[in-house]
Write a protein that binds this ligand. Sequence first.
Ligand code: NDP
Length: 474
Amino acid sequence: MGDSKSKNASAAKPDVIVISEAGQEVDKRLDQHMSYEFGGPFGVAAIMTGFPLLMYYLWICLWFYDGHLVYPTALDDVQPFLGRMWSHVQEDANPSLYAWKVYGGNMVFQLFLAWVMPGHIQEGLPVPSLGYKKLIYNCNALGCFYATLATAFTLHYTHTFRLTEILDNFGHLMSVGMIVGFATSFGMYFIGVATGNTIRMSGNFIYDVFMGAILNPRLGPIDLKMWAEVRVPWVIVFFLSVSGGCKQYEEYGYVTPNMAFMILATGLYLNACAKGEECIPQTWDMYHEKWGFMVIFWNAAGVPFSYIYSIVYMARQDPSKYRFPTPVYVLMFGTLLTAYFIWDTSMSQKSRFKMQTQGITTFRKSFPQLPWSIIKNPTYIQTAHGFVAANRLLTSGWWAYSRKPNYVADWTMSFLWGAIIGTNSIIPYFYSMFFITVLIHRVGRDFERCAIKYGKDWERYCEVVKWKFIPGVY
Ligand code: NDP
């Protein structure tokens, strides 16, 4: 960086995290409910009802109306229109027993694997609300992913469970996912309150169900929040893509490059979450976000059934509708792999830098390890939040150019997940449109939190790393 205010990490020994008294006071403040987010109780109630309805609507448009956004054109049409919508849900998205078996079977299997598979043992960051205790995570997602792949292949090959069934039962599975999301959110709220294991509570029932009550829910050795974030949504998203590939192969005798793109894109994403699982305890979702509706519903239903609308579109349309010339495919695959590289390495650079700060010097070598995942002699800003070496802000690698290089790369991938079907329908772009609002909102929340946590040091960091997202643009 060449910045005089930055320091070189190699000059400092990795040391024990000691938080100053002032830092502890700030942490206590951050662990209190400060102000309502998401529009407060009314806002979150609207999200909790609006999102499931939107998901049904978008699915209906894709499944029955060629991806066109349908709506009543006259006041008299409203009632019949709503009647049609409801009958689609009743017939093709009821939570059937079969869907419960498929969705529930996967959940139980993933829970079982998480419990029994050996993994990489990783310490989390010190948790202020637990007296700076570090929780232990058994990172076995990669082994579980391989076991799931082998099991799915066997089930498909032996005709015990054809993978095409997943996409064929999309509506039914989505409803089951939603029910699981709602039931778990309310259940966890009541468990948290009953056991006194709550944090940052506002006192408003619906708002606290939405934001969650418990920060670190555990079932035996399993951290439920981390398990649900990695093992449920991305596994379903990946197998929906594989299901789409199997369907095309059965129907046409080949898999389109567009579907292959989605299998690669979702496979890379799932593999990245699994191979870098030991980096997840350092993310905002793990150390800050509670396990409430916002996270639970999104993992159980939102991500799996609204991020891959391009696959749902392809499942219902002839390949001639979304065929591209070869150079466009080259551009799409090239951009995907570049964005993936930036996303993977930027996340790894920050997480491993934080681990070094914690005193961890040997890192897990799961496949694939990309070049530039660990920065040698990184520069950083030492903040006053920790006494010795804790809480440094990295100013090297991708983090020299942008305060959120990971968000930019992640969003680019989300855009490609929609763009792979071209411009015939806007619905597959839902993920990128939704995601950009999430990321902008999250950036606001995150930077506000960092400004409180680091005070003047955060201002100093923002002077060194000027751009929020794209250098020279914003
Ligand atoms: P970040 O990984 O950017 O983590 C933010 C935190 O990192 C800050 O609060 C701060 O915490 C620390 N930090 C920020 N800048 C620095 C720095 N320069 N040096 C050291 N520490 C720093 O964000 P998220 O946890 O929100 O996201 C992680 C990934 O998950 C992203 O790639 C995101 O796109 C993805 N994601 C994907 C979603 C999806 O639905 N597909 C949804 C949400 C996220 P502190 O200093 O207190 O440790």
